[in-house]
Design a protein around this ligand. Structure first.
Ligand code: ATR
Length: 290
């Protein structure tokens, strides 16, 4: 580090278990940049000050995480298309006018799916969940050009809200909401083709690893490929059930990787080579164990 070292970092509350510093500093090393990436625990009362302070100190960019992804918007000078559609910002880049907000969760999931050979284009897609993670996942499913989308959420109204928000951006895509696996199965059986799925609830996350949001075996028999947004444990019960029924299943670590990679690309105006993917995943796994 020297007088020219550029500063980047994460703000959220809490940030104690984040793997972003390990990932971003490895990317900085691989690309030989004079930069460093830190993590700051910022509470909501201090959010505006943090953005102003970042600009005053010429901090080049931030990742933004829970609970600030929506609240940060009023303090930004501009917002990209994906962030506007999702109503959620996870990346800030410093410009002469202030910080511009981006969302890289949605492209991150799309890139992870591409890497694993999963495509939603022209396919039937089922989304489990209607929270923050599901919001990015629905954006990715719709942006990829799915044919028909089914949202399953315990609280049906939240699924309806999500559907309503996206309908205006993707008016041609059929979307339905249900609140149980059994209801989902009866709709899914209308199609002759199998479904691709994204599991975007927190059910099954460590330490509650013996749980899955959908329990019906009939559901898993209708799944072709699936992504669970959870990455701890590495193989969730949802993934095990999908595989046991003959489908392919992937965890959420690559989504997390590629959202970070996309942020890095935005800040440093370069394209990260896919040849680093496995190496970067290992760095993230190492950081998770600490
Ligand atoms: P995140 O940002 O991780 O998506 P969130 O916004 O709190 O977190 O959303 C959590 C998601 O997990 C929601 O879809 C939630 O369902 P509800 O909208 O009905 O609350 C789902 N979820 C959490 N615990 C659940 C449980 N025990 N059974 C079923 N769904 C659950």
């Amino acid at each position: 580090m020297d007088v020219n070292t550029k500063l980047y970092g994460l703000m959220g509350h809490p940030v104690g278990h984040s793997v972003s510093p390990a990932l971003q500093n490895e990317l900085i090393r691989l690309y030989g940049l004079n930069a460093v990436y830190l993590a700051w625990d910022v509470e909501t009362v201090g959010l505006e000050e943090a953005v102003k302070g970042g600009r005053a100190l010429s901090i080049g960019g931030f990742n933004v995480t829970v609970p600030h992804k929506k609240n940060i918007m009023p303090y930004l000078t501009d917002i990209d298309d994906a962030a506007r559609k999702l109503g959620s910002v996870n990346t800030l880049k410093l410009t002469a006018e202030g910080y511009v907000g981006y969302n890289t969760d949605m492209p991150g999931l799309m890139r992870a799916c591409g890497y694993d050979g999963i495509s939603f284009k022209g396919r039937n897609a089922v989304l489990i969940g209607a929270g923050g993670a599901a919001n990015a996942a629905l954006g990715a499913i719709l942006e990829s050009g799915a044919k028909r989308v089914l949202i399953i959420n315990r609280t049906r109204e939240r699924a309806e809200e999500l559907k309503k928000r996206f309908e205006t951006f993707y008016p041609g895509i059929r979307m339905e909401c249900v609140s149980s696996g059994a209801e989902a199965v009866s709709l899914m059986r209308e199609e002759t083709e199998k479904w691709n799925a994204v599991q975007a609830t927190s059910v099954g996350m460590f330490p509650d690893t013996e749980a899955a949001a959908v329990t019906e075996d009939a559901f898993y028999e209708l799944i072709d490929s699936a992504v669970d947004i959870i990455y701890n444990p590495e193989k969730t019960l949802f993934m095990k059930k999908t595989e046991a029924a003959g489908g392919k299943a992937y965890n959420g670590l690559k989504m997390l990787l590629f959202q970070g990679v996309r942020s890095f690309e935005i800040w440093h105006e370069l394209k990260v080579d896919d040849k680093y993917t496995e190496q970067l995943l290992d760095i993230m796994k190492g950081a998770m164990k600490k």
